[in-house]
Design a binder for this molecule. Structure first.
Ligand SMILES: [Zn+2]
Length: 91
């Protein structure tokens, strides 16, 4: 009796494994599709010329000029590059 019961259990387990394997294969196929789609959508370093916040490195939204980063509140004026001036040479 006991052996019969364990046989049933092992059959159940095998069925489960088969089901899970088919699910995994389906997920793998789906993942490949998604990955391929993501590669197609990937911009080709178009955003590299956009200014970034020195505080959180998020891209600063264009259009409006913010004094502070909309994401972390970093004050851009704190790191504003000095206007190019003629360096006086002492001497
Ligand atoms: Zn920021």
């Amino acid at each position: 009796m006991a052996s019969r019961r364990s046989n049933d259990e092992s059959r159940d387990l095998r069925l489960r494994v088969v089901e899970l394997e088919s699910r995994v294969r389906w997920l793998e196929r789906r993942l490949k599709k998604v990955a391929a789609a993501a590669k197609l959508k990937e911009p080709k370093q178009k955003s590299s010329n956009r200014p970034r916040c020195p505080g959180c490195f998020a891209e600063v939204p264009r259009g409006k000029r913010y004094k502070n980063c909309v994401y972390c509140g970093f004050s851009f004026e704190a790191v504003k590059p000095l206007k190019p001036r003629r360096v006086r040479r002492s001497g």
